[in-house]
Design a protein around this ligand. Structure first.
Ligand code: G3P
Ligand code: CA
Length: 290
């Protein structure tokens, strides 16, 4: 659907780029098709999670929706990384010995920009960087992608809701042509409520599995409730769908992290609205063959 070539000249600034080629069928990865298939942390089975190559790979595979995790550096830069520390997905221990426990919030953006966030995954990705959220959004723009943005550990970063919304607004993600291309989600209900109060028009998703009786309360500020597939039942999806979210649509359900065909087919039978996967191509194949 989207034919796009990422200019090699952006590689130095943004990390390893991938040549993107047209794909024959992106419909399952699109929000218009149900369920939408979301590339978790980018296509993270095939490229280092939460990096630019991971979102390039998702686009190349034909998936427009990607998920990420946003946290904040010591000097206030929003960066895309899952863990609250740098150890698992960068070479921080090697570059900064003596800085244990290598928390994201204890490093400046310039320090984090020095780290290799790709070699842990494979030598082909050596030199890949931890992207800032701004760099990441701009790459999604180039790729015509859509974003399921997770505010990760917001309790560690006071004001991250306002800051993230400001950046999204500055980058043009809060209106007009971005309508339908952004969902903000969090495990932290208070944080999500703050996002909803600050930008009521924005689509939001609560990560977790509230009791069915509690779902009406969540439907006041969340358009989606996003449970682990391990806790999901058909009855749960039906209960969510019976409710109306803050924008007048039924409360939608995106489930995670589905990385095998049997589970993909099961949750699709539950009538979920979205499936979040490290292997979106495997999910697409399973759904096409069901
Ligand atoms: O999008 C759902 C999923 O990302 C939540 O779990 O730990 O992978 O951020 P986690
Ligand atoms: Ca996440």
């Amino acid at each position: 659907m989207y034919a796009r070539a990422i200019a090699a000249t952006t590689t130095a600034l943004l990390g390893t780029a991938t040549l993107l080629t047209p794909t024959s069928d992106a419909r399952v990865g699109d929000v218009r098709a149900r369920p939408a298939v979301v590339a978790h942390r980018g296509a993270s089975a095939y490229a280092p999670e939460n990096t630019l190559p991971a979102v390039d790979t998702a686009a190349r595979l034909g998936f427009s929706w990607v998920e990420n995790d946003v946290q904040r550096t010591k000097d206030g830069e929003l960066v895309v990384i899952h863990d609250d520390n740098l150890k698992r997905t960068t070479n921080a221990e090697e570059v900064f010995p003596g800085r244990a426990p290598w928390k994201v919030k204890d490093f400046t953006a310039a320090e984090i920009a020095r780290l290799d966030a790709g070699s842990w995954f494979g030598p082909a990705y050596a030199g890949t960087r931890v992207p800032t959220l701004k760099q990441y959004l701009r790459r999604l723009d180039l790729n015509h992608e859509k974003l399921l943005l997770e505010l990760k550990n917001p309790e560690l970063y006071p004001g991250i809701e306002q800051q993230t919304l400001k950046l999204l607004g500055n980058e043009g993600w809060l209106g007009g042509r971005y309508s339908g291309r952004l969902i903000v989600q969090s495990f932290d209900a208070g944080s999500l409520r703050t996002v909803h109060d600050l930008k009521p028009a924005l689509t939001t998703g609560f990560l977790g599995t509230p009791a069915k009786a509690e779902l009406p309360g969540y439907a006041r500020f969340a358009d989606l409730v996003n449970p682990s597939h391990r806790k999901l039942t058909k009855g749960y999806v039906t209960a969510a769908h019976a409710l109306t979210g803050p924008h007048g649509r039924h409360l939608r359900v995106f489930t995670w992290t589905v990385n095998d065909a049997d589970t993909a087919r099961s949750v699709a039978r539950y009538d979920v609205d979205g499936i979040i996967s490290n292997k979106p191509d495997l999910v697409r194949a399973a759904l096409n063959g069901r």
